[in-house]
Design a protein around this ligand. Structure first.
Ligand code: ZN
Length: 250
């Protein structure tokens, strides 16, 4: 009979959350009682995703090879324990991305070993964390892009951590959203990158002490990012090193 249509269309998503704030920080637990990965999984429940949740403190740091091999798109949330992620884990995730797995990097994941590996730069930026937060207005500047599907011209997050330019990254392949803050700063907040056969979406709105991962518009754009990052060309030739000993002449 072959695969059902449903099996072909379902995207296998792994939400990887460092998961430390939720263990040690009561205010974070109050906002995210089922952890940040739980809030994201709940927000994405209406999509055709098969979701696995993993954390840094799971066996193999939550990312064993066999899980990566059956992951179409990996979400990455980290903040205080970037340096604890083993280089061997970063190596195998990088190779899966280059072979076609999608990667969606969230908020403070900008400073993760994973994102820095894929960018090749330090990924530094400007930031400000006020107790009451900063108003962030997210402008959709590439409305024709699939990640912008169904989004209004702009939306607002009343309490956000300011992430501002300059953002030390290589030029993005596409800029989907640009954020403005009440404090006057701007930031390239929704970006795509192509690496090997893989697609990467970075989306900055987030933060553990504000309820941003309960925001329906944030769920929508992350869900769109997952669908976009799913490799649409499964039979593509692997980009192996290719010794062309014999020239092609006619
Ligand atoms: Zn933050």
């Amino acid at each position: 009979m072959g695969l059902s249509l449903e099996a072909i269309l379902t995207i296998r998503v792994t939400i990887w959350n460092e998961g430390r704030h939720e263990k040690t920080d009561a205010p974070v637990r109050a906002i995210y009682p089922d952890r940040i990965d739980g809030a994201l999984a709940a927000g994405l429940a209406g999509r055709d995703f098969e979701i696995v949740r993993a954390t840094l403190d799971d066996p193999a740091q939550g990312l064993p090879q066999e899980l990566l091999d059956r992951t179409d798109v990996l979400l990455w949330w980290g903040h205080v324990a970037h340096e604890e992620v083993a280089d061997a884990v970063i190596d195998r995730v990088q190779q899966r991305i280059l072979a076609g797995m999608g990667l969606v990097v969230l908020h403070s994941g900008h400073h993760s070993k994973m994102f820095r590996r894929m960018m090749g730069t330090n990924c530094n930026l400007a930031w400000r964390e006020l107790p009451q937060g900063d108003l962030e207005r997210i402008w959709v500047i590439n409305p024709a892009h699939p990640i912008a599907e169904g989004l209004p011209p702009y939306f607002e997050i009343p309490q956000s951590e300011m992430y501002g330019e300059p953002f030390d990254i290589p030029a993005a392949d596409e800029i989907i959203t640009l954020s403005w803050y009440k404090g006057g700063e701007v930031f390239r907040s929704g970006l795509t990158f192509y690496r090997g056969l893989g697609r990467i979406f970075y989306f900055s709105p987030g933060h553990e002490t504000f309820p941003i991962y309960h925001h329906p518009m944030v769920h929508k754009i992350i869900g769109n990012g997952i669908e976009w990052a799913m490799r649409p060309h499964g039979s593509a030739r692997k980009l192996d090193n290719w010794h062309r000993k014999v020239p092609i002449h006619r």
